[in-house]
Ligand binder design. Structure first.
Ligand code: PRE
Length: 361
């Protein structure tokens, strides 16, 4: 039996070896082509960014359409993100800023979105992420903007309002929180630490199961994990990445109140993204404080057949019950219907800002 299995496997493994050699050859051919693209970009315009989000989305979507399996569409995306990331990294280094030490969800989002061939710029706050990209210390940033349990990440919304940076992409990720400790048990643990968003996403679980633990906030979940790795009285709420990064035991897995808990991150940077064929546009508006103003604000969208996928409001801090509205639309700002809707909107609002158009995930 063992012999006949071996006989069967041998030619199959030889086949796999030979296919791998072909893939390797092709990967290097691809890398050389990307390097030539990089040279051409530099030759024509030294300031032309290497990162082209629309092209990256098109490369992956085209292959997903061509794909007949059994390789899954999701696996294809994961593999090609790495291939593109490596090719892009050969053309020029991409530095990406995000919140948290090693193992944060923002780090995971940045790696999923830009692949592993990036330089990691770890920041202590969302403000610092924006500053790093604005100052050119990073080419792009990755920040959470909304969570399916807790709603908007307000600090990100406020920073987007005042920043000259544009939105280049989006990435939605399942967020699974775990209770992590040094020992892997809750013995001697008196406090639980996490970013306020994570504490909020786990509040029912904590109240039901660990009402005696003092809840304390940390700058990030990964920072809480770092503290827990040094203090046996602290349990951290964080993801598996942080458990691995800080050598913590998973005491209770999956303590988020909603099993489907997801966070949407935005990629931000200094570049303008061209239409990819399936895009979103994010804008901020403010309307005068009068009856019907919000209804009127939205009418140009319906009139031009533009779909809205998200509407969020933030107080304008004038003390007058005035708000900024954060709106996501389907379509790129250069598409005629979106362009017309934006032109009409602009005429009737008190404040108007396009955050950017970017490939839809
Ligand atoms: O087509 C380009 O502009 C490239 O630089 C090549 C490539 C790729 O590997 O496919 C790499 C980086 C860009 O962000 C887009 C695509």
């Amino acid at each position: 039996m063992a012999d006949s299995l071996k006989d069967k496997l041998l030619p199959l493994r030889e086949k796999i070896d030979s296919i791998d050699e072909q893939i390797l050859g092709l990967l290097n051919e691809r890398a050389k082509a990307a390097l030539a693209v990089g040279d051409a970009k530099k030759e024509f315009d030294a300031n032309d960014p290497i990162l082209k989000p629309e092209r990256e989305a098109q490369v992956i979507r085209r292959l997903q359409e061509l794909n007949r399996g059994p390789f899954t569409s999701q696996a294809l995306e994961a593999v090609w993100s790495q291939i593109i990331s490596t090719c892009r990294g050969l053309e020029s280094e991409l530095a990406v800023a995000y919140l948290g030490p090693q193992g944060s969800f923002s780090e995971e989002a940045a790696l999923q979105h830009f692949g592993h061939a990036i330089r990691r710029v770890r920041c202590d706050s969302f403000d610092e992420v924006f500053r790093a990209v604005e100052a050119g210390q990073a080419n792009a940033g990755m920040v959470p903007v909304e969570n399916s349990t807790e709603g908007a990440v307000n600090r990100t919304l406020d920073l987007l309002l005042n920043s000259p940076l544009r939105v280049l992409g989006e990435r939605s990720m399942y967020i699974r929180h775990n209770l992590l400790t040094q020992s892997g048990t809750l013995e001697g643990v008196t406090r639980v630490m996490a970013h306020p968003q994570a504490l909020a996403q786990c509040q029912d679980w904590l109240t039901r199961n660990q009402p005696g633990l003092l809840r304390e906030t940390a700058a990030s979940n990964a920072e809480a994990a770092r503290i827990a790795s040094q203090d046996p009285t602290v349990a951290a709420i964080a993801g598996e990445g942080a458990a691995l990064a800080w050598g913590l035991g998973i005491t209770v897995p999956g303590i988020q109140d909603d099993a489907q808990n997801r966070t949407r991150f935005l990629a931000i940077g200094n570049i303008e993204t061209l239409p990819s064929g399936d895009d979103k546009t994010s804008i901020i508006l403010a309307v005068p404080n009068r009856p019907g103003a919000v209804y009127d604000m939205l009418s140009p969208l319906a009139a031009n057949g533009v779909s809205m996928t998200r509407l969020e409001s933030r107080p304008a801090r004038t003390g007058q019950w005035e708000y900024y509205f954060y709106i996501d639309l389907l379509g790129h700002r250069e598409e005629p219907s979106v362009r017309q809707a934006l032109t009409d909107l602009k005429k009737q609002v008190a404040f108007f800002k396009v955050l950017g158009s970017y490939p839809r995930q």
